[in-house]
Design a protein around this ligand. Sequence first.
Ligand SMILES: Nc1nc2c(c(=O)[nH]1)N[C@H]1C(S)=C(S)[C@@H](COP(=O)(O)OP(=O)(O)OC[C@H]3O[C@@H](n4cnc5c(=O)[nH]c(N)nc54)[C@H](O)[C@@H]3O)O[C@H]1N2
Ligand SMILES: Nc1nc2c(c(=O)[nH]1)N[C@H]1C(S)=C(S)[C@@H](COP(=O)(O)OP(=O)(O)OC[C@H]3O[C@@H](n4cnc5c(=O)[nH]c(N)nc54)[C@H](O)[C@@H]3O)O[C@H]1N2
Ligand code: SF4
Ligand SMILES: [Mo]
Length: 812
Amino acid sequence: MSLDDQKNPVLMPVSRRKFVQTSALGGLAVAAGGVALPFGVANADETVSNGAAPEAKTVWSACTVNCGSRCPLRMHVVNGEIKYVETDNTGDDVYQDHQVRACLRGRSMRRRVYNPDRLKYPMKRVGKRGEGKFKRITWEEAYDEIANNLKRIIKDYGNEAVYLQYATGTLGGTVTRSWPPGTSLIARLMNCCGGYLNHYNTYSTAQITTGLSYTYGGGSGNSISDIENTKLVVMFGNNPAETRMSGGGITYLLEQAREKSNARMIVIDPRYCDTAAGREDEWIPITPGTDAALVSALAYVMITENLVDQPFLDKYCVGYDEKTLPASAPSNGHYKAYILGEGDDGIAKTPEWASKITAIPADRIIKLAREIGTAKPAYICQGWGPQRHANGEQVARSIAVLACLTGNVGITGGNTGAREGSYAIPFVRFPTLENPVKDSISFFLWTDAIMRGPEMTATRDGVRGTDKLKQPIKFIWNYAGNSMLNQHSDINKTLEILGDDTKCEMVVVIENHMTASARCADILLPDLTTSEQMDFCLDASSGNMGYVIFADKAVEPQFECRSIYEMTSEIAKRMGVESQFTEGRTQEEWLRHLYQQSCEKDPQLPTFEEFRKMGIIKRKDPAGHFIAYKSFRDDPQANPLGTPSGKIEIYSERLAEMAKTWELPKGDVISPLPIHVSTFEGSDDPMRENYPLQLIGFHYKARCHSTYGNIDVLKAAARQEVWMNPIDAQKRGIKNGDMIRMFNDRGETQINVKVTPRMMPGVVALGEGAWYTPDSKGVDHAGSINVLTTLRPSPLAKGNPQHTNLVEVAKV
Ligand SMILES: Nc1nc2c(c(=O)[nH]1)N[C@H]1C(S)=C(S)[C@@H](COP(=O)(O)OP(=O)(O)OC[C@H]3O[C@@H](n4cnc5c(=O)[nH]c(N)nc54)[C@H](O)[C@@H]3O)O[C@H]1N2
Ligand SMILES: Nc1nc2c(c(=O)[nH]1)N[C@H]1C(S)=C(S)[C@@H](COP(=O)(O)OP(=O)(O)OC[C@H]3O[C@@H](n4cnc5c(=O)[nH]c(N)nc54)[C@H](O)[C@@H]3O)O[C@H]1N2
Ligand code: SF4
Ligand SMILES: [Mo]
């Protein structure tokens, strides 16, 4: 398919007939009111036939979704309708002044704006919550209903009962920014009204962020462009070809950097992912959730063959061996003792030991250890797949230790074992004021907080800012997110929790489309898309090039949709805080005001009108490649890390303390050293007798999570299917393309199978984010993975173990 597919006449027009189609989710919602509104879009054919010269313009806009990139879109608008979409045409092909070329998703933006699932007017729930039955109401009714309930719930339960849901649909925006929660206009509104219950961490990186905060007091990595200075690239579960697509993503940068350095690249992943796919020097499939065992055995070989960087470990690290072990630790509590079998478990972490756990042959582990131990420097990194597991904190910390054993931290061509770092142009953000409420929960435990809020404590559930939650969640704001259902775990259980409206009393969803989460709303507000309003797209970067985009208004608002600024201003008025909220500015006045402030800090910026014409401003990192912890490496005394010791803590005294004091469910482990631990639904769980296959998810090129998941051409271009090894397929009498059922105790999905040696035996993989499409028995028919995932959190981060699942697969 050509990148400019939107110009292709066969694929182009969104016809009127198609546009009134009811929702793909069963035709319930939009059709329920039975009201078809006049169309905001003129039919393409009409504009040609009426003879008048069409009014054509090109407007800079942006794709602001949470794919890790941000991309400029040039909207070609004729008579008020987007006809086709192009992308950046500034700069050249040389990296760091390159064109930031949108991927096929962004180029399909027109199909999101003019989508049959588009919400048209405010609606109120009429059936059971989650059923998706609504009636149309006016904006005045919607605002009043929200404000009245908000006042009542704050009065009855306090501001701690009002929760801002994780929602990253527009995190690239400025006025429209939806995440982190504290940066959204909803936060500003709530902060004017006494505050809200916050969340920390993310579905993306909970285990690695928490894990590495103990190791490094942070978790940054060298920029990927620094691969031009390396000898060897080792990727643990990192798939930039899919998760960092486009000229703003870094997949192309990776290839250009490798061309310069000619570095070898080893990809360690249960799946032969697109990043490998012929570009790799070697693919090492690994049993999911066992990377820490692999690292332990690599350490064993490096220690016994004298390949570790002892001076680095002595000078910069705590707890590698007895020399740097804290006094509070047992004398055999150091990492070297654990590896050599002198620790409490008495097991030497030999390649043979790890081979049984990881399914990687012992001689391959030995060869890999020698290779990593002798390549100087080596760029060791991990994506976020290995950490999205029930033992993900341990895995993330272990991979970081590998970078320390080999002395690769803080140097050019090396890396910390974390994901790549990048550079962004600093810009002034919308001020959202201070949250008077300090309590926050892990983003993943909101369903728990609905059910048992006041039972949740700091040392059992990781509640922060307070010892114990005061109230259960009673009110949820869900702005630009699908984690009310589609993206959260265990959809069936979550539906049950949400279905009881005596528990959480009010759910407000602000969306563009009739998503699974939208169907769980009590009040559903139709938002503008990026194309229908003015905003800046910030925090955009491509390795060591930062950029910002002027996302202008391309077309008029469709139907009765309104902007988030207008919605929150109207609710602020009803809450009696309008002047504090708006400060008397319109959306455009705010943008001009913020831009003025950015210009004062950064005199290099062009004027507002110049920026508007340019569409995109790019800037290279003045410091060159980003080298994580370089100042610490250069002078550790002057530039200590954010850990208590100021050093890299292989052994963490804080974790040792938590291991003693936290109340953990049976089987959960917190440990001062990064070690391999068995987990629930891991490769050695006895549950495998009933559910013999490990199921991992992955982030798929067809969508950004669930966003773009309802675009016909994208669905056709990259089909939703479950990956399965021929050995597993043959055992079950399954052939490539068959319709299968995949199930466990939590639910079932039916989807076509892709039988492929790109998947290791014993493991199946399914792209996350497909639109949950249940039948009357609750069986999903779209390959929506979260009918199979668990609500049980990981031990330390209380994060989402969404890649740790056991299932069985059978032919339908
Ligand atoms: N099983 C499994 N589940 C996962 C993951 C996994 O790997 N496996 N990954 C997790 C991760 S890392 C993440 S980040 C989360 C992502 O979860 P979410 O943050 O919920 O992301 P999306 O599914 O993209 O949902 C974004 C929503 O915003 C809406 N939206 C887009 N633009 C606008 C706008 O301008 N205005 C409004 N009001 N709405 C808009 C879209 O229609 C979409 O419904 O999912 C998590 N869930
Ligand atoms: N196209 C597209 N791009 C995206 C997104 C999207 O939805 N679509 N989402 C964006 C967001 S919000 C995020 S957080 C990132 C997510 O980025 P990641 O979390 O890095 O993406 P995943 O695909 O979940 O995992 C990366 C790889 O890890 C592998 N993997 C899974 N389990 C293990 C394991 O135990 N060990 C090892 N070694 N490998 C394992 C998977 O097979 C996969 O190839 O992607 C971003 N980019
Ligand atoms: S989905 Fe990501 S890579 Fe694709 S156009 Fe949007 S921002 Fe760019
Ligand atoms: Mo994410």
